[in-house]
Structure formats: C-alpha cells, structure tokens
Write a protein that binds this ligand. Structure first.
Ligand SMILES: C[S@@+](CC[C@H](N)C(=O)[O-])C[C@H]1O[C@@H](n2cnc3c(N)ncnc32)[C@H](O)[C@@H]1O
Length: 280
C-alpha cells in the first residue's frame, strides 16, 4: 500500500484512472448530466465580446467544446497532461479549431502570461490533486484583473442513495476519506473551496449546486457515471482503502440498481463556485 508521504509528492495521484477508457465515458456522461444546469451559471459572468477562455484540466474537451459553442466569438484553450485525452479532443472537436485549441500543459505551471484570460474554468479536477490552493493561485495569475474563475469542486460527502444491502452510505462514509488520505487529496473540497478562494483574495464568490438526480438527469446518463467510477476506481479503492475491490464493485452495483430502478431516487449534489479576480 502506498503511504501518504510517498503519494503527496505525486502531483497526479489519479493518473491511471484519469487516463483509463472509463474516464472518457465518464466525462461524456458527466457533461451530459451537468452542462444544461451549468449554462445559466456561466452566462452570469460579465465577459467581453470576444472572451479568452482557459479550460484547465480539460480532459477530452467535453466542456471546452461546449464553451466554444456557448460563446461563439470566444477563443478557448484547453490544457491537460494526458496526451491521449488531448488527441481525442483535437480530433473530436476539430470543427471548432482554431478558435478551440488543446495543449499539453500542467495547471501547476501554466505557460500563459499573467492576466491572459477573461474566464478560467476548472471542472472536476481540484478534488483529485494535491495542493489545490497552488493550482487556484496559478489560475488566478493567468486570469485578468476583474476576470472570473469558474470551478467545479467535487465533494464525495454529497452523494445520497436509498439505503440497501450493501448500504451505499457506508461506502461514501469510508472510502473517500481513506482514498484522500492515501493520495494527499481532498475529496471533500466542495465544502472547503470557499475558504481557499477567500484566503487567496478572490471576490464576489458564489456557490451553486448542480443537482444530478433521477428527476433532472436521465437515469441511463446518471447510471453511466456510476458505472464508469466502478470500472475505473474499484481496483484503486481496493488498494488504498480498507474496502476491498469486490466490495467496491458490490456497492457500486447497488447504487447503479438504485438509479436504474424506475421508482428509485438518488442524488449527487455538485458544487460550482464562481469568483472574481480583484480589479486592483
Ligand atoms: C475528471 S477529469 C475532468 C476533465 C474536464 N475538466 C471535464 O470537465 O470534462 C480531470 C482532468 O484533470 C487532468 N489533470 C490532472 N492533473 C493535472 C495537471 N497537473 N495539469 C493539467 N491537467 C491535469 C487529468 O489529466 C484529467 O484529464
């Protein structure tokens, strides 16, 4: 088992899971589930006519491409460190080039000059990496004064399923805390992000919830997210936490059945924070 001391030196402790084919499916399903509720939050930012947008940790470009479509005069740069995702994104969204571009860059050390972007987006990333405050400071550096940060800060204490056997509540109580401790990451960062942003001096901080549940999101889409998590993470959960791989699969199968049951109800509350870089 990896120790916490070993793993905090690793700036991408979920590298294997992030590069897995299950993550490609997961990002597609998450975007389908989340984007419709995210659009009004993005439209609130007062952006110039031709905004420069950065998507930090863009994965397969699900959001970067949607941002380019939502803001038709924008230039959008997506950066990531997984080349297979970047290749996928370039091919899949080629029709939006050159207004939409993808580059290999680490979000700990971006190549952009200070104040390059009007809007900097970072979705589904900061819960999975150590030192998220360093990354947010770097995002702030490349955002212009008066520009905006838009961050999806996942929190694995905000998933709720109907009780069952095995009980998903037991899994979510135990697994994320142990996984986070083993990888030097904060899987509950959704509730800690406001403090991080305030400490960095960001202004006009907002927090909204996107509700991924069996009413607002088609059951097959919601179930696809859980299936992809099961397929991508069961092995690592078995290695890094007291819950075995087999138990992890059983917990996820229970959650998937709950979502797929036409009378079942389940909800994932997804925190979305917005903030403004101080004007001076
Ligand atoms: C769960 S995915 C989210 C992808 C995308 N933001 C979306 O919403 O679809 C997290 C992404 O963060 C990327 N990532 C992790 N550490 C990174 C780093 N240091 N620099 C750039 N990207 C990073 C991973 O490679 C992965 O593609």
């Amino acid at each position: 088992m990896r120790t916490n001391e070993d793993s905090v030196t690793d700036l991408n402790p979920q590298a294997k899971q992030m590069a897995d084919e299950s993550m490609v499916r997961n990002l597609r399903a998450q975007a389908e589930a989340i984007w419709p509720q995210e659009v009004p939050l993005l439209r609130r930012y007062a952006l110039p006519d031709e905004p420069r947008i950065l998507d930090a940790g863009c994965g397969t470009g699900e959001a970067a491409s949607r941002l380019a479509e939502l803001f038709p005069r924008a230039s959008v740069l997506g950066v990531d460190i997984i080349d297979s995702h970047l290749d996928f994104a370039r091919t899949r969204h080629a029709h939006l080039a050159p207004r939409l571009a993808f580059e290999h860059q680490s979000i700990y050390e971006l190549k952009a000059a200070d104040r390059s972007f009007d809007l900097t987006v970072c979705r589904h990333v900061i819960h999975s990496i150590p030192y998220p405050d360093r990354v947010i400071a770097e995002l702030m550096r490349v955002t212009r004064r008066g520009g905006f940060l838009h961050i999806i800060a996942e929190d694995y204490g905000m998933l709720h399923f109907q009780r069952g056997a095995p009980d998903p509540g037991d899994f979510w109580h135990e697994a994320p805390a142990a996984f986070g401790a083993a990888t030097g990451t904060d899987l509950f960062i959704g509730r800690n992000i406001l403090g991080i942003l305030a400490a960095l001096g960001l202004e006009e901080i907002t927090l909204d919830y996107i509700i991924v549940d069996t009413i607002r999101v088609p059951r097959p889409t919601f179930a696809s997210i859980l299936e992809a998590w099961r397929d991508g993470y069961a092995e690592a959960v078995g290695e890094l936490t007291p819950i075995t791989r087999e138990s992890t699969v059983a917990y996820f199968d229970q959650m998937i059945a709950n979502i797929r049951d036409p009378r079942g109800y389940a909800v994932w509350m997804v925190p979305v924070v917005g903030a403004r870089v101080p004007a001076s």
